[in-house]
Design a protein. Structure first.
Length: 155
């Protein structure tokens, strides 16, 4: 039986000493294996191919048949690991909180405990004719965050 630990060990051998890390490993029914890799830089297709070959050459299809997919998370996928937040400092995020509220703002800081999100909105201030820009900083711990996604912006 192919296990998650077996796959993690095989991938770990190949990415040791690099800035790659395993984001997730899923083994679904029928031995459909999905591996998501992440890096502090871009994830090259050639590296995904190399890791796929590492897994394939160390598993015996005669013993157990399987399908394999090695990829990086797309921009549309939620952030799962604090290193993804660090990588995306300066980008705009849409964050759903456990309190069923949403925030949208620029990711200013991220560490292992929390993130800092800078939001801005226009609000009418008494005594002024025009709305003024109100900026706020929100420090959010990871347990407070239900889901965070990068907002894709086209300029």
């Amino acid at each position: 039986m192919i296990t998650e630990n077996t796959i993690r060990a095989l991938v770990g051998e190949k990415i040791e000493g690099t800035d790659y890390y395993i984001l997730s490993v899923e083994i679904k029914s029928g031995n459909n294996i999905f591996v998501e890799l992440e890096s502090m830089g871009p994830v090259a297709i050639s590296d995904c191919v190399d890791i796929s070959r590492q897994i394939e050459h160390n598993l015996d299809r005669e013993e157990e048949d399987f399908s394999l997919q090695v990829s990086s998370p797309g921009l549309d996928k939620p952030l799962k690991d604090f290193r993804q937040y660090v990588k995306n400092i300066g980008r705009t995020l849409k964050v759903k909180l456990e309190k069923d509220t949403e925030l949208e703002g620029v990711l200013a800081e991220a560490n292992q405990e929390n993130i800092t999100l800078k939001t801005s909105r226009k609000e009418r201030v008494p005594g002024k004719k025009r709305k003024e820009l109100i900026e706020e900083e929100h420090v959010l711990t990871y347990p407070e965050i239900k889901q965070a996604r990068i907002k894709i912006m086209f300029k």
